[in-house]
Ligand binder design. Structure first.
Ligand code: SF4
Length: 442
């Protein structure tokens, strides 16, 4: 592995969240700077990296499957397994024959250097460090993403909330944030690269900068970005209910570059279940927040996550959540059927709910989510919306697709290909799961 790397090829398989995808993009850039070429074909790859996820038991299973498949497809490639899985459960992975290197999240970004400066033998070289050892933010932002119109910028890592069902704090360690001037520089670079949208992302974005000053610095960061008057739009990923201040709502309402989009995990609409989840707000707090946002920004997209079947969730608790969402101006819903995650307190809680009931409840919530989204989309019929065009939806049918700042998927007729441009569309109808419209001045 040492020596000339000119003709070397690598493949990265990424599972899980946007943060993982950002980190994969950084690894890709590091490989590029060493003249490695990317490949999708395992057989061609000298190195295969599996960037793992363990957020659910299923995600762990899929990570193991991806590792086994990579080993089978190319037994002579160097196989490195990185991220949350080796960080939390290295012993499970050491049982898989054919892995050369394990690296937790602490070493993820440096994995390329580790690989080219050493020649790891099939495991038991187990290079795994704890999450707490390094407490500084060290992911260099990637400059290029596969998706040409949107870039994801990881500005925060780690979580100290310890929700009782969540493995993430064990995998990601304490809070750490990218320095403000790095963020503004990265935004300027993305803009020079031609991106028109940047998604600021993190494991617990609302705690951005908290390790430095004891309070969230997200709003102060956004104020700094505002001074740049960025010629692109900025979207915030998920924010916890207690972390959306009036000041932030005001900024989203008044700064045209800031997307009118809030994704606010609810997780349960029942007070007692929220307590058992170790989440520090009540359904009333959530309700007040959503109404505050809706009153200030009526066209804002407000999305929610909900877990159903958490231990102790009886019919009454489920219905509390269902009716809360039904009554609120929520625009879309992500539903997660609860499954016990080994290594978290909730896995051992009494009152585990029968899987068939969880399935049924998840189905009801998904239906509700579909209706909420439909209602939200319908409210734009007859209005003009601005979308960032992503290219063809169907070249044959001459339709292009794109996303509005308030998270509406729009499709419109277009004779020519339009990509990475903001266009105005008059919304005509809701079709399938998108808003269909006509381009203005086509
Ligand atoms: S806030 Fe809760 S759910 Fe989100 S990453 Fe932290 S512990 Fe997990």
């Amino acid at each position: 592995m040492t020596g000339s790397c000119l003709s070397k090829r690598y493949k990265i398989i990424t599972l899980g969240c946007k943060v993982n995808q950002c980190e994969t993009a950084s690894i890709q850039e590091r490989f590029a700077s060493e003249d490695f070429q990317p490949t999708e074909d395992s057989l061609e790859a000298d190195i295969i990296i599996v960037n793992t996820c363990i957020v659910t038991q299923r995600a762990s299973y899929q990570s193991r499957q991806a590792i086994r498949r990579a080993i089978k497809e190319n037994p002579s490639a160097k196989i490195a397994v990185v991220g949350c899985y080796p960080q939390v459960f290295p012993e499970e992975l050491k049982r898989i024959e054919g892995i050369h290197l394990l690296a937790g999240n602490t070493d993820k970004v440096g994995i390329v250097d580790i690989l080219i400066n050493s020649d790891p033998d099939p495991l038991n070289s187990g290079h795994v460090r704890g999450t707490g050892e390094k407490n500084h933010f060290d992911t260099a932002p990637a400059k290029r993403f596969m998706e040409r119109t949107r870039a994801f910028l990881k500005i925060q890592d780690g979580c100290d909330s310890f929700c009782s069902y969540c493995i993430v704090p064990y995998a990601r360690g304490p809070i750490k944030s990218m320095k403000q001037d790095y963020v503004t520089k990265a935004i300027a670079t993305f803009s020079e690269e031609g991106y028109k949208e940047i998604v600021l992302t993190g494991i617990h974005l609302g705690k951005y900068g908290k390790e430095l000053t004891g309070k969230s610095e997200l709003v102060s960061l956004l104020k700094l970005i505002a001074k740049q008057a960025p010629p692109l739009r900025v979207r915030l990923s998920s924010l916890e209910p207690g972390e959306i201040s009036d000041e932030l709502i005001h900024m989203v309402a008044t700064e045209p570059w800031l997307c009118r989009h809030f994704h606010i995990p609810l997780q349960s609409g029942d007070k007692e279940i929220l307590k058992r989840m170790n989440r520090h707000y009540t359904p009333d707090d959530y309700e007040r927040l959503v109404i505050r946002i809706h009153e200030a920004i009526p066209d804002a997209a407000i999305g929610a996550d909900i877990i159903t079947g958490f231990p102790g969730e009886d019919e009454r608790a489920f219905n509390n959540g269902y009716s809360l969402i039904e009554d609120l101006p929520i625009s879309y819903l992500h539903v997660f059927p609860f499954s016990p995650r080994k290594g978290t307190p909730a896995a051992g809680f009494k009152g585990q709910v029968d899987t068939a009931i969880i399935k049924e409840r998840a189905q009801k919530l998904r239906e509700l989510g579909k209706n909420k989204k439909n209602l939200f989309y319908r409210s734009f019929i007859g209005k003009d919306v601005t979308l960032l065009a992503e290219g063809w939806e169907s070249e044959q049918e001459k339709t292009i697709k794109g996303l509005t700042d308030n998270y509406i998927k729009v499709v419109a007729h277009s004779e020519k290909l339009v990509r990475n441009e903001f266009i105005r569309v008059t919304a005509e109808r809701v079709h399938r799961d998108y808003l269909f419209g006509k381009i203005k001045c086509d």
